[in-house]
Design a protein around this ligand. Structure first.
Ligand code: ADP
Ligand code: MG
Length: 162
């Protein structure tokens, strides 16, 4: 596990860019944390670091369910599972399949459906109890696809937050 503290939104964006620096096609990233934690803010920094144009509006895909950003160095598919009620509905989005086809998939509220997502990197974003702008970010992994990159990820992420 990698734990860092973010003191403001730009720090969260830097951490997201640090993750993006180590990411590759077929990766799936789960974002967990309450409403307003910064999952979309993280995704914005992540997409920007992958070269997604500012013209592609990175917002929570609440109604369309999945946004696809095509202008970066790798296709980024951004999902938000908040409004989905069953694992069947999540499975229908084909998130693992999208990754397997070569995209990077990033999933807000993905922790509710880890069973149908396969191997993934997970970022937990917890608001601080005392400070409105502070977030506690924890990076963990499910599966083995990050084993060879883990120390590189740690160096990248801890450097970005310091
Ligand atoms: N350290 C921080 N990291 C991320 N967002 C922060 C931070 N501090 C304050 N914020 C604010 O918290 C809000 C996060 O909103 P958003 O990313 O939409 O959350 P979520 O997608 O998790 O519901 C934004 O208004 C952002 O400016
Ligand atoms: Mg959101």
């Amino acid at each position: 596990m990698i734990s860092v503290v973010s003191r403001d939104e730009s720090c969260t964006a830097r951490v997201a860019a640090a993750v993006a620096a180590v990411v590759r096609p077929r990766d799936l990233i789960v974002l967990a944390g309450p409403m307003g934690a910064g999952k979309t803010a993280f995704t914005r920094g992540f997409a920007a670091a992958l070269g997604v144009s500012r013209d592609e509006d990175v917002t929570s895909p609440t109604f369309t369910l999945v946004h696809e950003y095509r202008t970066g160095r790798v296709p980024v598919h951004h999902a938000d599972l908040y409004r989905l009620r069953t694992l069947g509905e999540v499975a229908d989005l084909g998130l693992r399949e999208r990754a397997d086809l070569g995209a990077v998939v990033i999933v807000e509220w993905g922790d509710v459906a880890t069973g149908v997502l396969g191997d993934h990197l997970r970022i937990d974003i917890e608001p601080d109890e005392d400070d409105d702008d502070t977030r506690h970010l924890t990076v963990s992994v499910e599966g083995h696809s990050w084993d060879a990159r883990w120390e590189r990820l740690r160096t990248s992420v801890t450097g970005a937050a310091s």
